[in-house]
Design a protein around this ligand. Structure first.
Ligand code: SAH
Length: 466
């Protein structure tokens, strides 16, 4: 994997100051997944180019991996594109090798750091899952001219089609620091590979690097969604170790959390509509006590807390980690006592009868059923509609028909790796109708999100009442 950064700024040698790497030397750095080499293929008066060459050791990647092996066939651990393409490994190398430049530090030449200079970055090669269009959508709003050359899978077999691999050139007049942080954050998003993705901290860091531009990027939702996809389907990978080894300073951590929160909120704008629809339905039903089943990180709970008409709120989830996150995000420790009395988090599973779920006016099941194995739905139905038996049950789930409208979702793919199924409107309505009939409820349906004439809305909601 090769990244070159060129400038025609005069004097071109300033690039050496900015990168903290002397143009006359070739330097090598040991990284846990291989070696990084920095050298200058050209350093003249008018033009200077610095190169970062990554020599990834694929066996080392496997050896350093902890926890369960990746998905897919076993040899994938050994036979893959990781050594050859720009991925999250490149981001790690940038932060390790060009850390000062990335952080905008240059004591000798502080003036230079803030100065936009003509820069061209060339990467050979970038995997761009989602096609070349994404390269343009990600980089052009940041002011880059983008040139991409697509590489066929095999020149001898053109019928095999194009590969997702591009040689990419990005040109702009900008601060070096910005160029590096754009690459740092966006290359892994383009790559969109799960197998060597990294832990939560690394994701936080990526988002921290987005500060100052991600908030106003027109594709921030897509960018953040791709991050979040990796968060949820987290693979314990070799890089976990790296993250532990690096001990960022406290400010950096704080910054990362703030940026993460922001980016999370940004992706949730779509989800907001869903949660608002649920709250409206709860209020219409006159519910004062609500149990949110599969509450996850507590987004609905937060809205309910903010509305005093909900007097008793309980969040339940099978994931202890999700509950911890909910507790943190809702600020349990610093909640005023009156508010604290209204809310409780409980650990439990929708597969088992649970007395704690009884006695509520309403239960919400937001984007949860598609995570349950279809044969287990019968158990879920009895737990909710027979044992807990609130007057109102609100269920939302993706409408699979709408998936064709997500242009980054490959045909036939579900929206989330953990989804066991996604239903068309007729399928959801048939299931819900059957449940209502068997358990003595009536059910009405409502679309959530922008409604498309042909395929409906992205989310479908069923409101059951006794
Ligand atoms: N309702 C939340 C989270 C949806 S993600 C929201 O809209 O943001 C699905 C959630 O269901 C996850 O938090 C997952 O841990 C939870 N879940 C999956 N299976 C479960 C089960 N058997 N019992 C309880 N919760 C479950």
């Amino acid at each position: 994997m090769l990244l070159t950064i060129s400038t025609t700024h005069a004097p071109a040698g300033d690039l050496g100051y900015l990168l903290h790497k002397h143009p006359d030397r070739c330097q090598s750095f040991d990284l846990p997944f291989g070696k990084a080499h920095v050298f200058y293929p050209e350093s003249g008066e008018d033009r200077c180019t610095a190169a970062l060459l990554l020599d990834v050791d694929p066996i080392g990647l496997v050896r350093n991996r902890r926890g369960p092996a990746g998905e897919g066939f076993q040899l994938r651990q050994y036979v893959n594109d990781r050594p050859y393409v720009a991925s999250s490994l490149m981001s790690v190398a940038i932060s390790r090798v060009f850390g000062s430049a990335l952080g905008g530090r240059c004591e000798q030449r502080a003036d230079l750091v803030e100065q936009p200079i003509p820069l061209t970055a060339k990467i050979s090669v970038v995997p761009c899952r989602g096609g070349e269009v994404l390269l343009h959508r990600f980089f052009e709003p940041l002011g880059y001219r983008v040139t991409a050359t697509c590489h066929p899978l095999d020149e001898k077999f053109p019928e095999w089609g194009e590969a997702p691999y591009y040689t990419v050139e990005l040109t702009a007049e900008c601060r070096l620091q910005d160029l590096l942080s754009h690459l740092y954050a966006l290359v892994p998003v383009l790559d969109d590979d799960k197998h060597y993705w990294v832990g939560n901290d690394e994701v936080d860091k990526l988002l921290a690097k987005g500060e100052g531009w991600l908030e106003s990027h027109p594709e921030k939702e897509l960018i953040a969604r791709r991050y979040l996809k990796h968060r949820t389907g987290l693979m314990r990978a070799a890089l976990d170790r790296l993250i532990e080894e690096e001990s960022p300073d406290a400010d950096e951590v704080e910054e990362a959390h703030a940026a993460e929160e922001e980016a999370v909120e940004a992706t949730l704008r779509l989800n907001d509509q869903r949660l608002e629809a649920v709250v409206v339905a709860l209020k219409e039903a006159g519910a004062k006590s609500v149990v949110d089943l599969g509450c996850g990180a507590g987004r609905l709970l937060k809205l309910l807390l903010a509305d005093r008409s909900f007097e008793r709120i309980v969040g339940m989830d099978v994931s202890y980690r999700a509950l911890e996150i909910a507790q943190r995000r809702l600020n349990f420790d610093r909640m005023p006592p009156k508010q604290r009395e209204r809310i409780e988090l409980i650990h439990g599973s929708l597969m088992y009868r649970d007395e704690r779920l009884a006695g509520f006016d309403a239960a919400t099941v937001v984007e949860v059923i598609e995570h349950l194995d279809a044969p287990r739905l019968a158990a879920f139905e009895r737990v909710v509609f027979e044992c807990a038996r609130p007057r109102t049950v609100i269920v939302t789930t993706p409408n699979v028909e709408y998936n064709v409208r997500f242009d980054t979702l490959p045909a036939g793919k579900l929206r989330h790796k953990d989804h066991r199924f996604e239903w068309a409107r007729a399928e959801f309505q048939a299931w819900a109708g059957g449940v209502a009939e068997r358990f003595g409820y009536s059910v009405r349906f409502a679309p959530v999100g922008p409604e498309d004439e042909e395929v409906g809305s992205p989310t479908q909601m069923g409101v059951f009442t006794t």
